[in-house]
Design a protein around this ligand. Structure first.
Ligand code: HEC
Length: 124
């Protein structure tokens, strides 16, 4: 039987993305929405965000851990809401949720490792 594969193909590191989705659904979805589209003028979209699929991993790690409210244009738009910090997240949680959002909807980027999270949090 041919099964219907939706979106991402989950293979070797399935666990990371499954855990990441769980974190997303409970801690990020309320603002960034199920489709990653955000809310115009309020919450930045994650689907199609050039920063999110970009190489500044340290910035992404710090945003997830420490929250974000810079009032800087993101892909040309401003968002008024304040992103709340997640100080209780373990390094592994940050790696899993970032791996998930970088590989959901239309996004396709490298996964984030725990080592990358640790390195980002060391250099402040
Ligand atoms: C209370 C609402 C809220 C929650 C909850 C939230 N965010 Fe955000 N997020 C925002 C807002 C608002 C911005 C943009 C802030 C700004 O531009 O000043 C943002 C920005 C971001 C960015 C930067 C996007 C870019 O294009 O640079 C990332 C990455 C991000 N959020 C990821 C997450 C993840 C992952 C979670 C869950 C762990 C999460 N957010 C939870 C509201 C939220």
């Amino acid at each position: 039987m041919i099964s219907c594969v939706l979106g991402i193909s989950i293979s070797s590191n399935a666990q990371d993305l499954v855990k990441g989705k769980k974190i997303y659904d409970t801690r990020c979805l309320v603002c960034h929405q199920a489709d990653g589209g955000g809310v115009p003028n309020m919450n930045a979209p994650l689907d199609g965000s050039s920063n999110l699929v970009g190489n500044n991993i340290a910035r992404l790690v710090r945003i997830v851990k420490g929250g974000y409210s810079e009032k800087i244009a993101l892909d040309g738009y401003y968002y008024n809401n304040v992103m709340t910090p997640n100080p209780d997240f373990k390094d592994e949680d940050i790696a899993n949720v970032l791996s998930y959002v970088r590989n959901s909807w239309g996004n396709k980027a490298s996964k984030i490792t725990v080592a990358q999270v640790k390195a980002a949090l060391r250099k402040k």
